[in-house]
Design a protein around this ligand. Sequence first.
Ligand code: HEM
Length: 408
Amino acid sequence: MTETVPATTDDVAFPVARGCPFAEPAEYSQVREQTPISKVRLQGGTEAWWVSQYAEGRAILADRRFSSDRRRDNFPIPGADKQLRERFRRQAPSLIGMDGAEHAAERRALIGEFTVKRLAALQPRIQQIVDGFIDDLLATRQHPVDLVRTLSLPVPSLVICELLGVPYADHDFFQSRTALLISRRTPEPERARAVDELRGYLGELITRKESEPGDDLFSRQIARRREQGALDHPGLVSMAFLLLAAGHETTANMISLGVIGLLNHPEQLAALRADPRRTPMAVEELLRYFTIVETATSRVATEDVEIGGVTIPADDGVIVSGLSANWDPSVFAAPADLDIERGARHHIAFGYGPHQCLGQNLARLELQIVFDTLFRRVPTLRLAVPVDEIKLKSDAPIYGAYELPVTW
Ligand code: HEM
């Protein structure tokens, strides 16, 4: 066992804002080359262990000695203040913040909704939704068009609304509240208000479905919990909140960045167009390359753990950087090259281990259908502004684009 604790990177706060969509922050490779695990200062001033290499990252995410419970004192939340932490302590935890048996039971209750078979049944409807928004896009006379508003956001929003049983007519409301609550720039009182409003909305929706169930995920979860004898309204609202927020913001940002990535690498786009059977691998590579959810894979050690040449003491916070792991050159050679044929499926853009993304196959399906359909039906699609003028969510917990002006 080595007891040398690598030096704190005092002058930089982690995670580091991304300057360019086609590169990881320079600090990441510097830290990764020195050591797989180091102590860093987080945005907001607290410290946590930063896991920069792939092997150690996967090992930690699969290790049940690390907790996902956001109510723990040292759970690393970059930029979090006391109020945010207190809110986490008050709220019923959702799947992503549960551990052990409680997590396994909640996950078992939901997993049936996201099986490959269930998703295959959704495919024709997702195709129809994508075609509908592309029809509208092609009918637009005023150029440039913002792809975020016309395609990237509406597709996953409508898909998740239909799956969950949320009225899509309310999309302006829940999209605006989600955007506020996931932005690091939102002042805490405003973020707390957005959370309360969204929880209030979902609470009323769940109450309505308790008496008037429909053919949707929320109604099925209510029925399931009733059969088990306990309805747990706050728990249902937390579940609804997680699925609605995770179900549209993530995929929306990945659609926008995927389009930017492919348009900026015309040889990769040409290879994709030449043979659409390459789309699933292209989607994996884009997920690796952009790793839009970088620090959701945070944990707290529940006991002393020796790993990567250090001992992480009990109660210390740990962040497995998905971006750094997915750019680890010992696993993904020349990681800065976007290469749709590299075979990137072992990336950890959806996390790894017991908390690996529940909606990953839904996200994959949406991304595959969008890229195939968009580049087939709009073959001359191009960015309407230089890449460096696109407004990117550089320091947000979910990387993406605020606006994506395109023309054709
Ligand atoms: C490109 C799109 C997406 C990305 C990159 C992504 C990424 C992630 C990551 C990294 C985690 C792991 C968190 C951890 O280790 O603690 C996660 C968990 C999760 N994701 Fe996703 N996600 C995406 C789409 C979706 C969609 C469409 C849904 C919705 C239905 C969803 C629902 C969830 C849930 C419920 C969890 C928690 C799973 C658990 O704790 O057991 N995600 N996601």
